[in-house]
Design a protein. Structure first.
Length: 160
């Protein structure tokens, strides 16, 4: 998987709240993205602190349903381009200074149908809805930051 770039950052302060696009954000192990309600739910056990989506996957879904909606309608936190999100639980990716660990697929919910008919089905195959992650190492990220697969260090593999 080649490296890519962070194309967008979005957050929402509460469930179903308005989306705020930001050029940069602080990310912590305890709270995920500053200002995003999802990051601090279930401290230490939250498997969905950060949600990520690929530019190409959103574009493909839009083509399938015949719409041209902005990516943040998906309510994902991070939009990545030129990077194939790993579909492997435990895979680690570095976004700028921040290290994330993939915890699960971001399955599209029924709310996607209220955005556009057919959107849920268009986002369902092949992890097209994105990936969810926990924060391993915090820091500040900004649009334009590099994103790449973090290679595990020799002898540091964790048991799952």
């Amino acid at each position: 998987m080649a490296g890519g770039i962070l194309k967008g950052i979005a957050r929402h302060a509460f469930s179903r709240g308005p989306i705020e696009l930001v050029p940069s954000v602080r990310v912590t192990r305890e709270g995920g993205l500053d200002g995003d309600f999802r990051g601090s739910l279930k401290p230490g056990r939250n498997k969905r602190q950060v949600s990520l989506m690929e530019v190409g996957d959103w574009a493909q879904a839009m083509t399938l349903i015949g719409h041209d909606l902005p990516w943040w309608e998906r309510r994902a936190n991070l939009l990545v381009e030129g990077f194939d999100l790993p579909q492997t639980l435990g895979a680690r990716i570095r976004v700028g200074a921040v290290l994330l660990e993939i915890t699960k697929e971001c399955d599209p919910c029924s709310r996607m149908e209220t955005i556009a008919e057919g959107l849920r089905a268009a986002l369902t195959p092949d992890w097209r809805g994105g990936a969810l992650a926990q924060v391993v190492e915090g820091g500040t990220i900004a649009v334009g930051d590099a994103i790449e697969l973090e290679q595990p260090r020799q002898g540091s593999a964790r048991e799952r």
